[in-house]
Design a protein. Structure first.
Length: 135
């Protein structure tokens, strides 16, 4: 009886560990990027809502004048702890698309941002931290 209990307890702990590592994408997330020409860091805020395999939300990022510009995400998808979405922005009459992908943990999202600039594909790492509501 005791060995069976130990196996069940070990399985429960293993499952709990897996559950604690994966997080829900819903909520607010922030990350910083270096400022232009040595300027101050720029903080972006991502607000997401996950419903099944569908992911919706918006990104608020500082514009050239420093004021936050909100842009809705498109093509949002959730697959387990993996998320993917695009952000399409109009800049000086040109459309540019950033494709985000990542893995959601309890308190952070880590992944890649892919863009095309001057006909060249670019990719960079991305890490957002969950915004914890003040108590």
């Amino acid at each position: 009886m005791i060995p069976k209990f130990r196996r069940i307890a070990a399985l429960a702990l293993a499952l709990a560990g897996t559950w604690l590592q994966a997080g829900d994408a819903s909520g607010s997330w922030t990350w910083t990027t270096p400022g232009r020409n040595g300027g101050p860091e720029r903080t972006s805020t991502l607000t997401l809502k996950a419903e099944g395999a569908k992911l919706t939300g918006k990104v608020a990022a500082p514009g050239r004048d420093g004021k936050a510009v909100e842009t809705a995400i498109t093509d949002g998808k959730v697959d387990g702890d993996a998320i993917a979405f695009s952000v399409v922005r109009e800049i000086n009459g040109n459309s540019t698309t950033a494709k985000y992908s990542g893995k959601v943990g309890v308190d952070k999202i880590t992944g890649k941002i892919e863009t095309t600039r001057d006909g060249q594909a670019q990719s960079r790492d991305w890490e957002a931290k969950r915004v914890v509501a003040a108590k």
